[in-house]
Write a protein of this length. Structure first.
Length: 228
């Protein structure tokens, strides 16, 4: 009966791929298999000293860094971030987090992650959006990496303006003093994966990583869903 009802609903309100708008079939979530296969993956998780990691050289010491796919303005895959951030489609973050985690499991470095920390939003921004998109990506990662999700150790104490139209230096200034730590003993000697939705200059992730690196024995790696 449940399957019959679902089939009837899909007939009148079909689930569509957010990329190509084709009907999704059983087993597909948000993105069809063809679009998922065609997503421009970076595969940087397989390469040490990759371009993601080099972005942080001389700024902050990270263990590993990677992004799931390349973001190009105007490409069909721009829709993913638009749905995630502005269309209340937080579940797409969960789904893509799982797909990305399946890739990360190929890397011995990323398999050692103990804790996943999404870059936190300020309470005011969280109230406006209703959810933290990075948290939903992190949830998907945790499901396959089989590690814990920490949303309490790193907090955003300062409500800074959007980074979208700022220069590199303005982005750096905009993130100074934004984050702070609460109780940190649970992260001592742990491998932490810091998660955000998209990497541009890396200033936000740099500020968050610097704060976390005050914790004794911690290793910080970085993951973003996309890289510009």
């Amino acid at each position: 009966m449940k399957n019959l009802i679902n089939n009837m609903l899909n007939l009148f309100f079909p689930d569509l791929c957010v990329i190509c708008n084709d009907n999704l079939v059983s087993g597909e979530e948000h993105i069809c298999k063809k679009c998922l296969n065609d997503i421009p993956r970076t595969n940087y998780h397989r390469v040490k000293d990759n371009p993601i990691e080099k972005k942080f050289w001389g700024k902050v010491t990270i263990y590993r860094g990677t992004s799931f796919y390349f973001f190009t303005k105007g490409s069909p895959y721009q829709k993913v971030l638009h749905e995630l951030k502005y269309k209340n489609n937080k579940e797409i973050g969960l789904t893509l987090g799982k797909y990305a985690a399946a890739d990360l499991l190929d890397s011995t470095d990323f398999r050692t992650v103990d804790v996943v920390i999404p870059v936190p939003l300020h309470q005011r921004k969280l109230a406006q959006r209703g959810y933290n998109q990075s948290e939903w990506i992190a949830r998907g990662l945790c499901m396959l990496l089989q590690c814990s999700l920490d949303q309490t150790t790193l907090i955003r104490k300062k409500h800074n303006p959007t980074q979208t139209k700022k220069s590199v230096y303005e982005r750096y200034e905009n993130t100074e003093g934004v984050f702070e730590l609460t109780e940190t003993s649970g992260l001592e000697n742990k491998h932490v994966l810091l998660v955000d939705d998209v990497l541009t200059t890396g200033s936000t992730l740099e500020a968050a990583a610097k704060e976390l690196l005050q914790i004794r024995g911690i290793r910080v790696s970085i993951f973003t869903l996309a890289v510009a």
